[in-house]
Design a protein around this ligand. Structure first.
Ligand SMILES: [Zn+2]
Length: 54
């Protein structure tokens, strides 16, 4: 279990999750990036809707 940095809800992290994996918070829908595995640390992922120069 990790904690959503946006709403502090518990976010399920798979046992075989890898660093950098993207998750979605079930509670607030925020996109989260797994930045550390031990202890589990989640950070808000950069918005996928950002303009990447298309
Ligand atoms: Zn959340």
């Amino acid at each position: 279990m990790g904690e959503c940095p946006v709403c502090a809800a518990e976010v399920t992290v798979a046992k075989d999750a890898i660093s950098g994996e993207l998750l979605v918070c079930d509670d607030c829908g925020a996109e989260l990036e797994l930045i550390n595995l031990d202890p589990i640390e989640l950070a808000e992922a950069p918005s996928a809707e950002e303009d990447w120069g298309q």
